[in-house]
Design a protein around this ligand. Structure first.
Ligand code: 6UN
Length: 489
């Protein structure tokens, strides 16, 4: 029987799904099969989306109260929930991730992001100051939040719906209109989101979706558009730098959540089993394709050998497989191209003199998965801190474990990085936990846990890991223009 013709994922502009002359393949990384054809937005389509967003601000959307916008965003959340299994299936097909992760993390957080920012925006207060004046009558200062206008959003493939909605939700809650460009690797849930937006009654032009690549494609066209007022991007640091240059002439506001080479630090007084389980999560969740993952692990010397052995045993026992396999721990990487990059680091590590404690290659399944983008979860020891595999972001299921002897030493080694996004500390010494957490030069520190998220908190990194903070009121501050009004009494 002729296989069903692949779906066609289209752009969503001014409330309509629109095609394009050029399309590109959407591939399932589990077995390399074709999922869909995706319409690549050209510059004219991107500009039409930007113009539609601008127009939307003058329409019913621009006249809505924050309470009305919040109600609309709850309807969007309801719409995702109503099509939950469709979103799960689409995310799994695009990424190959375990079904359970898509259900409990990716799609669940897509819903939570809309609900959280609807409520935060509706309840947000602003400042007011009573001011004494020479004439004794006084003055009143108060601030108001106004939408930025048209916000460009470029979101990554590693947590597709989670990270797209992490930006769309607050941007809309603050009254902006958006043009979103999801990664070419993960277009499916973004396209479903456009359907949900339409069905929830979000006015035309408020949410626009353009598919394509970065350079010389929709990502670049969006960045270069004179019609955007701000741009928010999650992805690689060097792309962030390119975007910054592109928007510099227009002095556009940017918010960047970029790369990382995050450390986990395990002190000898840690709860050993909890630390082993925690480092397994922080190194291998989502096949290591989370900007917060630990690719550097430092273990206090007295427990180093025991810790490495425990990690090896856990890694060797990881179940790598189909997304819907019972008990599967890890799926493939996002694409064959990314797999080649990660395998390049596996080879480099051996050239740099690493001891390969576990993994280091490609699993053999003897079935369709051998056409997928799988790699073995991998553990190294024995490299110097200066090794490229210990300094460069690999973004795969891999970590290097090194011993340390003193607190000051490990703090200096962790901070000796061009990145500064996240760190996980494992210790039962309370004063050490607070002391060391403050000394690590990153935006996010977890103690005796990892990737435990309160959406009201500041999220972002320092150095090459990013610019600005999103989350809670930080998102409201980025996605709003704050104006001060002073009234003479
Ligand atoms: O959990 C979040 O809100 C978030 O932003 C995660 C980012 C992960 C990036 O790889």
């Amino acid at each position: 029987m002729k296989p069903a013709s692949p779906a066609l994922l289209r752009n969503y502009v001014d409330g309509e799904f629109v095609g394009s002359a050029a399309t590109f393949d959407n591939i399932n990384p589990v077995d390399g099969s074709l999922i869909a054809q995706v319409c690549e937005a050209d510059r004219a389509t991107v500009e039409a989306a930007v113009a539609a967003a601008r127009l939307a601000l003058q329409g019913p959307w621009g006249a809505m109260s924050v309470q009305q916008r919040a109600a609309m965003l709850h309807k969007v959340a309801d719409g995702i929930a109503a099509r939950f299994d469709e979103f799960v299936a689409a995310e799994v097909a695009d990424t190959g991730r375990p079904l359970e992760q898509a259900r409990t993390l990716d799609i669940a957080r897509g819903i939570a992001n809309f609900r959280t920012f609807a409520d935060l925006a509706a309840c947000a207060n602003t400042d007011a100051f009573e001011m004494a004046t020479a004439d004794g009558a006084g003055a009143l200062n108060y601030t108001v939040r106004k939408p930025l206008g048209v916000v460009g959003i470029i979101s990554p493939w590693n947590l597709p719906l989670l990270l797209l909605t992490w930006k769309v939700a607050p941007a809309l809650a603050c009254g902006n209109a958006v043009v979103a460009k999801p990664s070419e690797e993960s277009p499916a849930t973004a396209t479903l989101l456009a359907e949900v937006m339409r069905d929830a009654g979000v006015p035309r032009g408020v949410f626009n979706l353009v598919h394509g690549f970065g350079a010389d494609s929709a990502g670049q066209f969006l960045t270069e558009s004179k019609g955007i007022d701000a741009l928010t991007f999650t992805g690689e640091s060097r792309t962030g730098s390119t975007i910054m240059k592109a928007v510099a002439d227009g002095v556009k506001e940017v918010s960047f959540e970029l790369g990382g080479k995050n450390a986990a630090v395990v002190f000898a007084d840690a709860d050993f089993d909890a630390a082993v389980a925690g480092v397994m999560r922080s190194s291998f969740t989502n096949s290591g394709q989370v900007c917060l993952c630990s690719e550097r692990v430092y273990v206090e010397r007295p427990i180093f050998e025991r810790f490495v052995a425990a990690i090896k045993a856990k890694v060797d026992a990881l179940k790598i497989g189909y997304p819907d396999e019972g008990g599967v721990d890890m799926g493939p990487l996002i694409s064959h191209g990314h797999r080649d990059k990660v395998l390049g680091y596996f080879r480099l590590a051996e050239q740099e003199g690493a001891t390969v404690v576990a993994g280091g290659g490609v699993p053999h399944f003897g079935d369709a998965r051998d056409n997928g983008a799988y790699v073995q979860p991998t553990v190294w020891t024995g490299l110097p801190d200066s090794a490229r595999c210990v300094t460069e972001e690999i973004f795969g299921p891999v970590c290097h474990i090194a011993p340390f002897d003193a607190e000051d030493e490990v703090v200096a080694r962790v901070n000796a990085s061009d990145y500064g996004l996240a760190c996980a500390l494992w210790t039962t010494n309370l004063s050490r936990a607070h002391r060391v957490a403050r000394r690590i030069h990153v935006g996010l520190v977890w103690v005796n846990t990892w990737y435990l998220r309160d959406l009201r908190t500041a999220f972002g990194g320092v150095k090459l890991s990013g610019l600005g903070r999103e989350g809670g009121r930080y998102s409201l501050d980025f996605y709003s223009d704050v104006a001060n009004i002073c009234i003479k009494l």
